[in-house]
Design a protein around this ligand. Structure first.
Ligand code: KG4
Ligand code: ZN
Length: 335
């Protein structure tokens, strides 16, 4: 069965082709131009999706040596995301569904990230604890099946990706700051300054990152009012990164322990972070926990994860009915 998948919820346009559970092609076009505005400009994002989507669709078919008529199912991101961006992908998908007379399955973007942990490791079975860390979300889930999962904890203010991006901005790094801060931090001293690990002893599985941002702002204003010297930047980046990563790792390990689950998945854009990956590998080895972190291509926003979940939901649902009246929803996170 061939699934054509579409993702356009933020600033990546992506089209993937899957044959059953296997990804044949996963094309991702990132809108790097937002960098000069210091963040994603929603209207420009929608226009860029419009320009790219049909070309990417043609490329995806050509790269997988398939014709339109080979498509059996269309999966598309319906929520959450920027409304204009979501609408471009959803309407393209609806048009295809009408033209090809094939079913359309809507997919929640966060759910897509959760199950991206299984794409390359299909023996990684349920139940597992999943940390979703992206620019907009920081959540810990207990995942029991493709249909059944619950939120165990979430951020009460900024997302982890936002913490990376905002502190990087305070350091004068370009947007998105996460990867830039990661690069700098690799050569720095994480013990240079002890930034706060908020809510580390809160007794629950929630996070808070806004205090870290404020603390970095005051630290820079007090110590480097005329600009951060070059020889300090690596140590500062390393200290910020280690604060964010330590909180994420401790809370996720605690979730596994409290629920007596020996599998952990780490997904979403921030799971590209090198210290986060290394720390999870080390901790999971120590406690004999099976770990799944997708390769980079499946960590960032991508259509393969949307197709993978769409296909699995489709084949595992009883009497699925394609519904062309589905609407884009900017806010939906299923509880
Ligand atoms: O999942 P994603 O691609 O888009 C959203 O749905 O938000 O995540 C983007 C986030 C950004 O905040 C970006 O700075 C962060 O992931 N990110 C990183 C790294 N690569 C991407 N943060 C820290 N270290 C990285 N290497
Ligand atoms: Zn995402």
């Amino acid at each position: 069965m061939i699934t054509l998948a579409i993702e356009s919820s933020c600033d990546e346009t992506s089209i993937a082709v899957l044959e059953n559970m296997n990804v044949k092609v996963n094309l991702i076009s990132t809108q790097y131009f937002h960098s000069k505005y210091g963040g994603v400009v929603p209207e420009l994002a929608s226009r860029a999706h419009l320009k790219t989507i049909a070309l990417l669709y043609k490329d995806a078919l050509a790269s997988s040596s398939l014709n339109e008529s080979d498509i059996d199912l269309i999966a598309v991101t319906q929520s959450p995301g920027l409304i204009g961006s979501l609408l471009v992908g959803l309407n393209f998908a609806k048009g295809l569904s009408i033209k090809l007379k094939k079913p359309l399955i809507p997919v929640n973007h966060i759910e897509g990230h959760i199950f991206s942990s299984i794409i390359e490791n299909q023996n990684f079975n349920f139940p597992f604890i999943c940390l979703v860390v992206s620019g907009g979300h920081t959540l810990i889930y207990k995942v029991e099946s493709f249909f059944d999962y619950e939120i165990l904890g979430s951020t009460i203010d900024d997302a982890a990706g936002e913490a990376f991006d905002k502190t990087a901005k305070l350091m004068g790094l370009p947007y998105p700051g996460g990867p830039e801060l990661d690069k700098l931090a690799q050569f720095g001293n994480p013990k240079f300054h002890n930034f706060p690990r908020s809510m580390i002893n809160s007794g629950d599985l929630n996070f808070s990152f806004s205090g870290l941002k404020t603390s970095v702002r005051y630290f820079i204003a007090k110590n480097y009012p005329n600009g951060i010297p070059e020889n300090i930047k690596q140590d500062l980046a390393s200290s910020i990164q280690s604060a964010i990563v330590e909180i994420l790792v401790i809370k996720t390990m605690k979730a596994a322990q409290l629920n007596n689950i020996n599998k952990i998945a780490v997904v979403g854009g921030v799971s590209a972070n090198s210290l986060l990956r290394k720390s999870f590998v080390d901790e999971c080895n120590k406690f004999d926990i099976e770990l799944s972190i997708p390769k980079l291509e499946y960590c960032i926003d991508n259509a393969a994860m949307i197709g993978f979940l769409g296909f699995n939901k489709f084949v595992n649902s009883n009497n699925f009915k394609s519904n062309l009246s589905i609407r884009a929803n900017p806010n939906a996170i299923r509880k």
